[in-house]
Design a protein around this ligand. Structure first.
Ligand code: ADP
Length: 234
């Protein structure tokens, strides 16, 4: 079973002299219910690819098929609808609202898409922060704030969780905890996690490792024995 089938995808930013080929003829299949890492150096096109998959932006050419539907053909309104219904995003920066408590931050996004409020509480429990629900972002550590942002992303139970270097701003120990939370969520909710990183060690926890270089796919590796996050060292 696949989620995304990406065909001959290219993205060119700018024009003429300022032209940057961020993705260059990428063809790729992303299976369902896997923890997928997209690995590459800074500037290799990882965020660009994630943004296309998450319907944040459109490619210059190529197709992204999701359950037979070509996402590149969607209108702006349909792209927004797709993001709301299917995708959770976790970024390196937590982007929490400072005047809302942890629970309110999670509820704020779930209410926007008409989900039941208990989803927010469940999500905070899932990331181990039930007892910090009334705390404000300023009262939480970086790792805890990232866990709130993960709760916010998963509260609507998205089929696909897109993670853009979510451990990038965290120390090693905290980063491992975040990986544990994400891995557990992927296994228990059977969703698809696509996680981008430049860190080769983190890639070892993935079921599938897609290497990007200069906007092209370098390799796709099926990892039959992924490491548990606590076995990873960097
Ligand atoms: P990564 O996530 O691997 O660091 P990106 O996808 O952010 O890579 O960037 C790929 C290339 O596209 C880089 O050369 C970057 O400078 C360029 N790029 C990304 N976004 C834009 C943009 N909005 N306008 C122009 N160039 C961009």
């Amino acid at each position: 079973m696949t989620t995304f089938q990406i065909r001959n995808l290219s993205k060119i930013y700018g024009t003429d002299n300022s032209k940057v080929v961020a993705l260059d003829d990428v063809t790729l299949t992303i299976p369902k219910n896997q923890f997928v890492v997209i690995l590459g150096e800074s500037g290799s096109g990882k965020s660009t690819l994630l943004n296309m998959i998450g319907c944040m932006d459109k490619p210059s050419t190529g197709k992204i098929l999701f359950e037979g539907q070509d996402l590149t053909k969607l209108s702006k309104a349909q792209m927004t609808e797709f993001r709301k219904n299917k995708i959770g995003f976790v970024f390196q920066s937590y982007n929490l609202l400072p005047d809302l408590s942890a629970l309110e931050n999670v509820k704020f996004s779930t209410e926007l898409i008409h989900q039941s409020p208990e989803g927010a509480e469940q999500a905070l429990s899932a990331v181990g922060l039930k007892d910090r629900a009334t705390h404000f972002p300023g009262e939480l550590s970086g790792g805890e704030q990232q866990r709130v942002s993960i709760a916010r992303a998963i509260a609507k139970k998205p089929e696909i969780l897109l993670c853009d270097e979510p451990t990038g701003a965290l120390d090693f120990e905290t980063g491992i905890k975040i990986l544990e939370v994400l891995k557990e969520i992927q296994v228990t909710t059977e969703n698809t996690v696509i996680f981008i990183t430049h860190n080769k060690e983190i890639a070892k926890i993935a079921d599938r490792i897609i290497r990007l270089r200069s906007g092209k796919i370098l390799s796709v590796e099926e990892n039959l024995s992924p490491l548990a996050p606590k076995e990873v060292e960097w």
